[in-house]
Design a protein. Sequence first.
Length: 134
Amino acid sequence: MKKIGIWMDKQKCDLVVFENESERSSTIASQLEFFNPKGGARSKTKWGPQDVVQDSKYLEREKHQLRRYFENIIAFIEDADQIALFGPAEAADKFYRDLKENNPKLAKKIKSNERVDSMTHNQFKALARKTLKI
């Protein structure tokens, strides 16, 4: 039986795989660009026009990059029997919602979706063992 613990945020995804009394760890980088658009800039003339920042472009690009990140994770975990999902922010929740919409068979294998703050790798492995009852 293959059980996988996942701790993810927007930067990376740490995975621990428990299978046949063995344990192995892996990391998947997100390759997400972090956008920090500056506000509009004034023209050189007094009372001139102001440049508009197109937030929708940034958000659309981030959405596509997140989708690719999730596809990489799904390719790694698709043969799992049980999955425990952890994360400090909304990335884990977005991943879970994406699974429910696009991959319901895999979403049913998720036994836990918990919000946890940053933790060491050993703390993460211990939490995954406890949640997956290993």
